[in-house]
Ligand binder design. Structure first.
Ligand code: ADP
Ligand code: ZN
Length: 320
């Protein structure tokens, strides 16, 4: 039997698993709830238990695997195999994850942050078409990113490479959770879209369903704003245009710096689809120089939820 790889996508609510071939075909998938009680001390032992249980069930042994790869929230030291500051897992102290999982399963283990592994997944099996230079931007509750340059993830000296969410797009903009102002995340994440809507509503005087909803104090989501824009609500269109301006500016400068074959937009907000993509592309064209404009494409992610687990598994290929 050919050896397999295992991918784990660890999140604050569930941990997703997949057993895959080294070519990237998913053979088995399952998931468990993430138990974040007691400082998150149960998380890794329950992952180990779940893997060992699966292998038992299907009569597989540690030797049948090339390795395990995992994506996790928090600050990851991929060299040391440790994680710290993953607040949605209650991991405030340093977690020796690689040591625990390798000794608990007997299988080699590699780890990276969740946005980076999603980038690897989209690059390998999704919109990135396995090209060596691909940038991935996730537009969810926050904005995450991963940069693959010349076939390798960019980590930087402190593991903070590819933090696209903290690109400054407005020096006088909203305060970000990171402490600075005007980060892409403050205006182009799902929460940022709503924040921008509330801010712009103050000075908008025309007729608009969105404006009325905001003025009435109704609960409004990023999805609502994009849907109203698609229905030609003039104020919603203005908000979406501004969101796409900021995204186009950030993507333009990523393009000018890295000239990847594609910049892939993923995450919940990317469900807005071509409506979003085409508007980001319009500003991207404005902010790039000709050679980049003609060679770097703005694309939508293709793998959805599975990008993380597929990309995580691909980390294990380094042990092949
Ligand atoms: P998380 O960071 O929690 O994983 P997701 O990536 O799942 O978040 O994104 C969820 C967000 O995506 C929600 O706030 C939702 O409003 C937004 N969203 C979902 N569908 C759309 C859409 N069609 N257009 C714009 N935003 C959307
Ligand atoms: Zn920031």
């Amino acid at each position: 039997m050919d050896k397999k790889i295992i991918g784990i996508d660890l999140g604050g609510t569930t941990a997703k698993f997949a057993i895959m071939t080294p070519e990237g075909e998913i053979q088995q998938k399952w998931s468990i709830d993430t138990n974040i009680l007691d400082e998150g001390v149960h998380i890794v032992p329950e992952i180990i238990e779940s893997i060992n249980h699966r292998l038992n069930l299907y009569n597989m042994k540690a030797e049948d695997f090339i390795g395990i790869g995992m994506g996790t929230p928090g600050s990851v030291d991929s060299e040391a195999g440790t994680v710290i500051g993953a607040y949605n897992l209650n991991w405030t102290e340093l977690q020796p994850v690689r040591e625990q999982i390798q000794s608990g399963t007997g299988i080699q283990f590699a780890i990276d942050n969740d946005a980076n592994v999603a980038a690897l997944g989209e690059r390998w099996k999704g919109a990135g078409e396995n090209d060596p230079d691909v940038v991935f931007v996730t537009l969810g509750t926050g904005v995450g990113g991963g940069i693959v340059a010349a076939g390798n993830l960019v980590h930087g000296v402190a593991g903070s490479g590819g933090e696209i969410g903290h690109i400054t797009v407005d020096p006088n903009g909203f305060e970000c959770t990171c402490g600075k102002r005007g980060c892409l995340e403050t205006v182009s994440s799902a929460t940022g879209v709503v924040r921008l809507g509330r801010f712009l509503a103050e000075e908008y005087a025309g007729d608009s369903t969105l404006k009325a909803m905001l003025d009435n104090g109704e609960e409004v989501t990023s999805k609502d704003i994009f849907e109203l824009a698609e229905d030609d609500d003039p104020f919603a269109l203005m908000v979406v245009d501004r969101v796409c301006f900021y995204l186009g500016l950030a993507c333009g400068n990523l393009g000018n710096t890295l000239n990847p074959s594609s910049i892939v937009l993923g995450g919940g907000v990317s469900a807005a689809g071509e409506f979003l993509r085409s508007r980001v592309e319009k500003y991207f064209m404005e902010f790039t120089f000709p050679q980049v404009r003609e060679s770097t494409k703005i694309k939508l992610a293709e793998l959805g939820n599975e990008a993380g687990v597929i990309g995580a598994a691909s980390l294990a290929l380094k042990f092949a």
